[in-house]
Each structure stands twice: as C-alpha cells, then as structure tokens.
Design a protein around this ligand. Sequence first.
Ligand SMILES: *[C@@H]1O[C@H](CO)[C@@H](O)[C@H](O)[C@H]1NC(C)=O
Ligand SMILES: *[C@@H]1O[C@H](CO)[C@@H](O)[C@H](O)[C@H]1NC(C)=O
Ligand SMILES: *[C@@H]1O[C@H](CO)[C@@H](O)[C@H](O)[C@H]1NC(C)=O
Ligand SMILES: *[C@@H]1O[C@H](CO)[C@@H](O)[C@H](O)[C@H]1NC(C)=O
Length: 447
Amino acid sequence: MRSLVALSVLLLLSMPTLAHYNQPSSRQYQSQWREHSSESDEHEGPTEQDPPFRVEAEDAYLTVPQLVWKYGYEVEIYEVETADGYLLDLYRVSGRRAASGKPAQRPYRNAPIFLMHSLLSSCADWVLMGPDRALAYLLADAGYDVWMGNARGTRYSRKHRHLDPDRSAEFWNFSWHEIGLYDVPALIDRVLNTTGHARLHYGGFSQGTMVLFVLLSERPEYNAKLIDMQAISPSVYMYRLEGRIVRTFVSLADPLVGALEAAGRNEILPNRRFIAPLVKIVCADANVTVCRELLYDVAGRNPSQVDDKMLRIFLGHFPAGASLRQLHHFSQIIRTARFAKYSPLRVQRRASSWTGQAPLYNLTRATIPVVVYYGRNDHVVNYRDALQLADEVPNLAAVHQIADRRFTHSDFILAKNSARLMNAILLQELDRYDGVVVPTNATPASL
Ligand SMILES: *[C@@H]1O[C@H](CO)[C@@H](O)[C@H](O)[C@H]1NC(C)=O
Ligand SMILES: *[C@@H]1O[C@H](CO)[C@@H](O)[C@H](O)[C@H]1NC(C)=O
Ligand SMILES: *[C@@H]1O[C@H](CO)[C@@H](O)[C@H](O)[C@H]1NC(C)=O
Ligand SMILES: *[C@@H]1O[C@H](CO)[C@@H](O)[C@H](O)[C@H]1NC(C)=O
C-alpha cells in the first residue's frame, strides 16, 4: 500500500469538501515536522558510503525492459496466462551484456529469484534506482537469474484473453486475493518451467509479500516450490498505519467505493491518461515540494534519503494502476486489523446475515523460511505490524530492522542509501539458502 500519493492528490483535487477537511490536520502535521527539524538536520549530509545515483531524467519515460537494456543488462520478456485468463508480463534479467562496458556475466547460482512488486506499482520497484543500487541489478551482478512479475491490472499486465480492460467491469473484479491465488503461481510456474529448476527464491515488497501469504494459505503445496521468502516491509498487518491521508481514505472507503463502483470506475490510478498530467502539475515546481510532502505523509518522513531526481523518475512509473476492489480490500484489513478475505459492499449492507467476520488467511501454512525487513519510521507498515507478522509466521528465519531509524516505506526502493542499508543485507541472507556455488574458492556462507 505504498504511496497512495497520487490517489490522495486525486481525492484532494476532485473533492473540495474532503480537501477542506484535510487542511487543519496537514497544518498540524507540518508544525510537528518543524519541531523535529533540528534533529533531522543533524542526519543530513553527504552519503559517501553509497555510489551516486546514475539515473537520468528520461528514465521516467522508459519502460522497465527499456531501462534494463539501457543499463547494460540482458532482458527477456515473457507473457504468462493465468488460470482465469489474465495475461501478465514477466521480465527476466539474466546478467550483464557484453556491450555494457563491464564483463558480461551469466547466472551461476543454484536457483533463480522471483521478485514481486508493491501496490499501485510495477516491477519498476526493482530497477528504478539504477545499477549498483537497485535490487535486480545487484542480484544479477551476484550471479542470480532474476525474474520480475507484474500483477494483473498494472500497466504491464493490463491484458486478458477475452476481457477488455477499457470496456469490461469484469476485468477489474479482483483484489490482491486473486493476485495471490492466480498471478503468483502462474508466474512462479513459468519461471520454474523455463529454467528447469524445482524451487526458487521469493522476494516481495509490501503487497508483493502478502500475495505470497495468500497463495500459501490457499494452496500450501506451493511451499515445495520455494526455498525462502525475503519479506520486505510485509503488509499483512497494517492497522497501526500512520499516514493521515491513507487513514482518511480508509475511513471513507465504503462510501467512496460505493460511489465509484456505481459510476463504473473500477480501475484506479492507471499509469496513462489523466493521472500522469495531474502528477506533473502537482509536482511541477523545481523541488517537487508538494510531492515530497505527500510522500512524507503516506510513507514516512526521512528527507536525508530523498533525492528529487529519483522522486521525479519514480513518479513516471507510479502509480501503475490497480483495481478499486484491491484498494477496498486493503482498507478492510487496515480497519479490522485482520488479514482476511474480501467482504463485498453488498454483503456488509445485508446486516442480518453479515457477521462482520470475513474468513482469515492461514499464516501457519507458510512453512518456508521467512526473512522480515522493516523500517522503524515506515508509515505504511508500522514496525509493530511487521513484528506481529514475524511473531506469527511458523518458520521465521531472521528479522532485520534497517539501521537508519528514520527509514520509511518508500526508502526501501528510493533511498540514497538503500543499497547499503537494505539490499546488501538481503544479498547476505540469500547466500544462506543458495547452497552457494561461487566460481572462486570462497567458502559457502553458513547458517
Ligand atoms: C466478481 O467475482 C466474484 C468471485 O470472485 C463473483 O462472485 C462475482 O459475481 C463477480 N462480480 C462481477 C460483477 O463479475
Ligand atoms: C514446461 O511446460 C510444458 C508445457 O506445459 C511441459 O511440456 C514441459 O515439460 C515443462 N517443462 C519443465 C521443465 O517443467
Ligand atoms: C529549491 O531548493 C533550492 C535549494 O535548496 C532553493 O534555493 C530554491 O529556492 C528552491 N526552489 C523552490 C521553488 O522551492
Ligand atoms: C491453519 O492451517 C493449519 C495447517 O494446515 C491447520 O492445522 C489449522 O487448523 C488451520 N487453522 C485454521 C484456523 O484453519
């Protein structure tokens, strides 16, 4: 549920009453920020421990395969059909190209890794920061065969065997439940089928983690196809969520969803058409001030990790589209504090038969080793929510609090230092499960 930034922009601009309602609280928030500002200034400064961003402004307008190719890596494009007819793009980054200026490198690890992105985003999560920092490139450099999925309804997977996303409401009749139940297994099976491997590593960010818990709850046989799960800011419990804008959305979700559904608006924040210009207008000033403030409210405030150029590039890729039901389902687990299945509006309204308790997903069926990463200042997945999940998974392998105590939800994919603070730790963790076959004589990492 990372940055509902643009959604909030949409809400604030299109609903004068809501904008009015929001103003006092955002002012109050700003004064709180000022109180903390002297403290945050101490933390600002050069970030010499990480290489500089090598990204370019045009990256905002390129697709993920174009970016991967541009930065000197092999990219393969697959289209995967799910059991219910959705057509999903699956991208493979299998190593550096000879033409990249660096030595060409091919996978030598024992198993591929599959990565799943967050809400309203796409597999751009794994590449936007560019070489030497973004996880997909670091993994490829470490010898992994990297596969990146795109959930149904996002810009790369807005396709179906026979439903037209522009004309059919049925196309948008899904939540993250269906992403977990149909998309993730279809994508995993294609990776295994193409590579000939029996199992793979799974890495997910935010929604990308919860969809695997859905799959393992509903189809526990998929445990056998996974070696481990790297759960980056896992969004299973979100009820301690702090962002004012998202909280406002959650409290208004039922009437809002009812109205949008009635108006036939089942697709939320697609990457094209009117939302992109909207973001451009809002973020037009040189310092992307408004967008930064929105980001701080939604994801958490950590100015020393935010790079304006990086943020502008991110806004070319985010939002990448989702369904109305997907957001509604999120609002339900936030409001109820239960990791449970979707309750349609009409069921809630039929008060006599509705008990108020949608069935829970069964976390104890996720028997694979799970490594949890969380940020102490994450406004979307509060650290206590992440720790509650860590408590409940049966096979918790490790928990990592990111060393920067101000680390936020968006920092996992945008921060100046996330290569060192986050991705380097994940690479070390993966070594434990890889049965490492290193071409040099390095000793395998031990448990
Ligand atoms: C949406 O999907 C559910 C099952 O997931 C089904 O019961 C319902 O009838 C569908 N609604 C529409 C409008 O297609
Ligand atoms: C991949 O799928 C095809 C068609 O379903 C099947 O014939 C083939 O045996 C599979 N290959 C592997 C390695 O599983
Ligand atoms: C942007 O930031 C720079 C330096 O931090 C400042 O000099 C400039 O006035 C800012 N511009 C806007 C439009 O806020
Ligand atoms: C959860 O799954 C486990 C293992 O399959 C099972 O023993 C347990 O009864 C399930 N719990 C619920 C509440 O369904």
